[in-house]
Write a protein that binds this ligand. Structure first.
Ligand code: CA
Length: 227
């Protein structure tokens, strides 16, 4: 899971980053609302931890704008003690949860795990599109019309999970490279092509009508042939 941390207090940001890395979250930090907002709107993150009081643009503006632009990344807001108005405005603006500073590390991690589970799908841990259902616990994809299912490789799974979490969006090759491999470089671009081919083969194998289509010059999108 890739986490965006937007926090301007250096010591707090460093402590949180160390904590998140220890829990195996890949974590990027932004120290102001402008870069934080851009990062959130990149759609590259599975979760975001967003401070309210930030230079440039407040956390409340960041979340509101991101939601208006269709970004559904789960966001945990960090508010100062006693700032009930911030908490209410945050939740109204589209935050999924909030915590009041100071907080205990274990509680933050527990809340992030809960948000992560929600991000990955319904209560049964599945994501769906067209005639496919991706089971996020067994790493299998099932076609609802043929009833066939197949286990996916790790990269294939993450590719499909990324597409299913961003339905209706065209995903650029750079986004896929960064999201799946953590780097955005020529070498990774070639891997994207290779693993997209593997993933398409798995979709064909289960008899799905869902395709990963290249959109010339832009990237890739999921399409359902029967729609
Ligand atoms: Ca702050």
């Amino acid at each position: 899971m890739r986490v965006l941390l937007v926090e301007d207090e250096k010591s707090m940001a460093e402590a949180l980053q160390a904590l998140l890395r220890m829990e195996k979250y890949e974590t990027d930090v932004c120290a102001d609302g402008i870069t934080g907002g851009e990062a959130l709107e990149s759609g590259l993150y599975d979760l975001a931890v967003l401070d309210v009081m930030l230079p440039g643009k407040s956390g409340l503006e960041v979340i509101r704008q991101a939601r208006q632009r269709g970004i559904r990344t789960p966001v945990l807001m960090l508010t100062a003690r006693g700032e009930l108005e911030d908490m209410v405005a945050g939740l109204d603006g589209g935050a999924d949860d909030y915590m009041t500073k100071p907080f205990r590390a274990e509680e933050l991690l527990a809340r992030l795990r809960a948000l992560g589970r929600r991000a990955r799908g319904g209560a049964d841990g599945s994501l769906s599109f067209g005639d496919i259902v991706l089971d996020t616990r067994t790493f299998t994809v099932r076609c609802t019309t043929s009833g066939q299912s197949v286990r996916l490789g790790e990269k294939e799974y993450r590719i499909l999970e990324y597409f299913l979490s961003n339905q209706g969006q065209i995903l650029r090759k750079e986004q896929l490279a960064l999201k799946i491999w953590g780097y955005d470089s020529e070498a990774e671009y070639n891997k994207v092509e290779v693993y997209l081919t593997f993933t398409r083969k798995k979709l064909a194998f289960v008899g799905s009508e869902v395709e990963i289509k290249a959109v010339r010059g832009l990237g890739y999108e999921l399409r359902y042939r029967h729609v």
